[in-house]
Write a protein that binds this ligand. Structure first.
Ligand SMILES: Nc1nc2c(ncn2[C@@H]2O[C@H](COP(=O)(O)OP(=O)(O)OP(=O)(O)O)[C@@H](O)[C@H]2O)c(=O)[nH]1
Length: 330
């Protein structure tokens, strides 16, 4: 480590973490990119990191809910927008970096491609997530994909799991040697107050320009579409690599009764073996998929949800146009 390196100043994001044990926990080599208190800001942000560092957790906490939207402006149409959050005059547009969302370590190699790099090249800001106090080969591979000179914030996540806070300062300094990070933010994506403070740290990096979306626009997709996406996500998370991506979810019934939603959905698979895989021993896995999806749907819709899930085998469905149309893939 460079002995001449200046001391790391306190970041407003980490006052609380530092207060825990008196150890300085973060820096802000900050960016006051021109004061314009009344002007709007808007920018694209990518969240990257090796599997399991907490990207989805952070994304959900930043956006408030899982969403998927289509773009009004040309510059975002190339990207899949995973969420928008407007805080005061700043609009944060989070974009997907294909490959970084993969669950399994071997998928990491597949991320070493041009798609990822071109996405990272286009965004205004990159949030690079690691687990606080750790940096391994898998982290290094992802960091190597971040273009030189792109404003990048080091998010040292899972700070709550760090026992020895005093070790954080030397670790942060070692991270400073690895990459010219714009900010160092130890935090917990699971802690709402940390997430709220993150917005203030990121805001100066958004270009001063008009918003791409309405202030309260979160999605132009229906609740029904989001529901099928949520069930699909739980399905893939809980079956891992075993299940082919051709499996899909169809919403068969959607009834609103006051604050209650009655939803029935069918998971359509190609083979009997896949059906068994989803149902699991004694129906355990299907039960879990349903229960996790229901909980998330209840949060999303702020309503009580009664969810019924079925599994159906329809061999070769992905190959026939007719089926694709009937499943809403037109
Ligand atoms: N203790 C602690 N655990 C966390 C925190 N953030 C996320 N986790 C947990 O870390 C695990 C991985 O979180 P995810 O959000 O799924 O991570 P990811 O990076 O999206 O993972 P992939 O989808 O595999 O790339 C989950 O069990 C989370 O609950 C945190 O701040 N503190």
């Amino acid at each position: 480590m460079d002995p001449d390196m200046p001391p790391i100043p306190q970041s407003p994001a980490l006052d609380e973490a530092a207060a825990d044990d008196g150890a300085p926990a973060a820096t802000a080599q900050s960016a006051e990119l021109g004061a314009n208190p009344d002007g709007q800001r808007c920018g694209l942000i990518a969240i990257v990191g090796r599997p399991n560092v907490g990207k989805s957790t952070l994304m959900n906490a930043l956006v408030g809910q899982k969403i998927s939207i289509t773009s009004k402006k040309a510059q975002t149409t190339r990207h899949r927008i995973t969420g928008v959050r407007t805080v005061d005059e700043a609009q944060f547009v989070f974009v997907d970096t294909p490959g970084f969302q993969m669950q399994h370590a071997n998928a990491l190699n597949r991320t070493l491609n041009r798609t990822v790099q071109s996405t990272l090249g286009d965004v205004d800001l990159v949030l690079f997530l690691v687990e606080a106090g750790r940096f391994g080969m898998a982290d290094a591979k992802v960091l190597a994909l971040v273009p030189e000179g792109k404003p990048t914030v080091l998010i040292a996540n899972k700070l709550d799991a760090v026992q020895r806070r005093n070790d954080m300062l030397p670790w942060l300094k070692s991270m400073q040697d690895r990459h010219a990070f714009a900010e160092f933010v130890p935090m917990s994506a699971q802690k709402q107050s940390d997430v709220d403070r993150l917005f203030a740290i990121l805001k100066p990096y958004l270009p001063e320009q008009g918003w791409f979306y309405d202030e309260d626009a979160l999605t132009d997709r229906s609740e029904k579409f989001l529901a099928s996406e949520i069930i699909r996500e739980k399905l893939f998370r809980l079956t891992g690599d075993e299940l082919p991506y051709t499996s899909t979810v169809v919403i068969d019934q959607w009834k609103e009764e006051g604050n209650l939603r009655r939803i029935a959905a069918t998971i359509v698979v190609e083979r009997d073996a896949h059906k068994g895989m989803i149902i699991g021993e004694g129906g355990e896995r299907l039960k879990r998929i349903g229960s996790e999806a229901r909980q998330e749907l209840e949060r999303l819709m702020e309503a009580k949800v009664f969810l019924e899930l079925f599994v159906k085998v329809r061999s070769g469905w992905a190959a026939t146009e007719e089926h694709l149309r009937s499943y809403g893939y037109e």
